[in-house]
Design a protein around this ligand. Sequence first.
Ligand code: OAD
Length: 244
Amino acid sequence: MHETPELPDGLIRSLRDARRIFVLTGAGVSAESGIPTFREAQTGLWEQYDPLKLATPDAFQEDPALVWRWYRWRRDLVADATPNPGHTALAELEDRVEQFTLVTQNVDGLHAKAGSKNLVEFHGNLFSEHCFRCGRPGNAGDEVLPSCDRCDGLLRPGVVWFGEAIPDDASQRAAAAAETCDLMLCIGTSSSVFPAAALTDVAHQVGAVTVEINPEPTRGPLFDYVLPYPSGLILPKLVASLSP
Ligand code: OAD
């Protein structure tokens, strides 16, 4: 079990002085809600499946029923999950700073459930769907092959697949947050998927104080502070340190 972490004084001062906080989260922030991350051995989602055979437009065109089966399995995995203290702490942090943007790579909806408001779901959301042909939002219900009620095309899960661009609105909001922040928290991500991971480089380049929270630190030199602790343990302490 992790010992209770002490926060560096410099970090506490920077947190108290911060006016524009940008947060980037990955699957690690939901690990303590019981949702497997992608790349961790044994527990990783990808130990059982090859995502490149499932999370791509080609895979969907080739076998839409198989892709829907995988996403319904992932929805079931997430459906009963609840926000953990890390999610809740981020929602509280948002209420205590002037400007706050949370960009998440996660599609599990837990940040919204925890009350985060200025939220960018960079890779979409597992529980939304839209037409693969015309893009119109739809409602898949329990159909094995749900179709669009406007053009009769196939509905697809509302997540970003490999080889697909990040939707413009999400991309622009995330870039603006990274370019204007004075403090950035990079939490629970292997920083291995772009363009999400590039947002950390932007925050670093504009001179923000950069902080990584991850038991397995990733891109050391990019961060002013590295806190090798579970997010559910350290984030509540971070937020509590705001009050002198
Ligand atoms: P990964 O599974 O690649 O990385 C999860 C990270 O969380 C790892 O670095 C772990 O060390 C860390 N971690 C595990 N438990 C943690 C905890 N309790 N607190 C903090 N950190 C913890 O997941 P992502 O980086 O989110 O994209 O993956 C990025 C993208 O790759 C996903 O959004 C997905 C996938 O392709 C798409 O599906 C488009």
